[in-house]
Ligand binder design. Structure first.
Ligand code: TRP
Length: 404
């Protein structure tokens, strides 16, 4: 199987790149150039095999190894193949407007739901972002509302999808998190996440562990897969540990680990909070075009002549990588673009315009669905946990409170 033009991990450790060792990846800090292979060693996760990729629903994010690794994916695949219940958890930390990188796991989850009937659970961690960012509760609340509209615009099946917001669904999240927190020590939290500034952030891993177990607490024991950017893997590891210790009626959740969509300015994490510009889901076509034309890092040559003669390098070209990650689903088209670029027939400016077209098309469809939504309360209602589901989850977790 060919994986066309996977980005070179400019990061691979070589003698000429001695700094490659120096990177940090935790949910609260991604620094330095990420060495994706080395991370797997550090985290104890496994590269996906061709066989595993072939068993997942076909999707460019997997076919091209943007999601490149995992833990415990076989149990999930078996359930998906045999029609047994299986769940996906993919969440959102509402620290600001959502940009392109944030929706990739959501669209992947939607595909899984369509193909194999996965239930999808989407927790929104407003508590986490309040604690982790210098922002007021009101500001985080506003991001939460806007982000929820983007989540709803993806178009999940309300029968098979649940959306929870930590502070709004605290009646169910909090008691379960408390139970899980009982055996989560500060030493574990520090070892996994590094030192935290507040006890709030020290507690939060218990909340995210709750998210990852929630589908099983609501619907019964079943393989659960968490497709996330690799920086979120520590949450999965902590959850797996606690789930085992607590003797809850749940299986350990598995993970599907993804690379970061490159920043427009070059390899590294696409950041909504850093300096590099990012493309928000609400960006209009002119903004998309302008942002890519002025900011996208290319693999083209310095002069036209040189480019025609020696060709460009798609592996470092950000517009090409965007097409490769998600926006050009057709492998043959993608391969042709790569070939023409390498041959010098396609110029960087032309490649940028292709990316602009595809991204604009994608955003147009997303934005149309977003604009058609009614009030948030009304739209969200069919996705919220029912009273019965809340009761069941608390019961299964052994934390039913007095009033139920
Ligand atoms: N912590 C995630 C972030 O910062 C958001 C999140 C919350 C999440 N719960 C989750 C992601 C569960 C995946 C699964 O982006």
């Amino acid at each position: 199987m060919t994986v066309p033009d996977e980005p070179t991990d400019s990061t691979a450790r070589t003698e000429s790149n001695p700094s490659a060792d120096q990177f940090t990846v935790t949910p609260y800090a991604v620094e330095g150039e990420v060495d994706y292979e080395k991370l797997l060693e550090q985290f104890g996760a496994d590269r996906l095999t061709d066989g595993q990729v072939a068993r997942f629903p076909d999707h460019p994010l997997l076919r091209r190894r943007t999601f490149y690794a995992g833990r415990d994916v076989d149990r999930y695949l078996e359930a998906a193949e045999s029609g047994a219940p299986h769940a996906i958890v993919t969440g959102r930390g509402p620290s600001g407007p959502m940009h392109l990188g944030h929706v990739l796991p959501l669209y992947l989850a939607k595909r899984f739901q369509e193909e194999t009937g996965a239930t999808v659970s989407i927790p929104v961690s407003d508590d986490e972002k309040f604690l982790a960012k210098e922002q007021s509760f009101a500001a985080i609340g506003e991001h939460t509302r806007e982000n929820l509209r983007d989540v709803l615009a993806v178009g999940f099946d309300p029968e098979k999808t649940r959306i929870v917001v930590d502070t709004a669904d605290a009646d169910v999240i909090y008691p379960i998190a408390v139970r899980l927190a009982k055996h989560l020590t500060p030493a574990t939290v520090e070892a996994v996440y590094g030192e935290q500034d507040t006890v709030g952030l020290q507690f939060y891993p218990a909340v995210q562990a709750t998210h990852l177990l929630l589908p099983q607490l609501v619907d019964g024991r079943q393989p659960t897969l968490v497709p996330i950017a690799v920086d979120q893997d520590p949450h999965v590891r902590v959850c797996r540990d606690i789930a085992a210790k607590e003797a809850l009626p749940v299986d350990k959740p598995g993970a599907l680990l993804g690379r970061f969509l490159p920043s427009l300015e070059g390899p590294g994490k696409m950041s909504s909070s850093g300096d590099a510009p990012s493309i928000e889901l609400t960006a209009d076509p002119d903004t998309v075009a302008e942002t890519i034309r002025t900011h996208a890092y290319t693999g083209g040559r310095a002069t036209l002549e040189d480019h025609r003669e020696r060709g460009g390098d798609p592996t470092v070209d950000v517009p090409f990588q965007y097409l490769r990650f998600f926006f050009e689903p057709d492998d043959a088209v993608l391969e042709r673009i790569a070939t023409e670029y390498r041959a010098g027939d396609l110029l960087s400016g032309e490649l940028k315009e292709i990316a602009i077209d595809r991204i604009t098309e994608f955003l147009d469809a997303h934005q149309r669905r977003r604009a058609e939504l009614g009030s948030l309360e009304t739209e969200l209602e069919p996705y919220r946990l029912t009273d019965g589901e809340r009761r069941l989850a608390l019961e299964r977790a052994g934390v039913s409170s007095l009033e139920t």
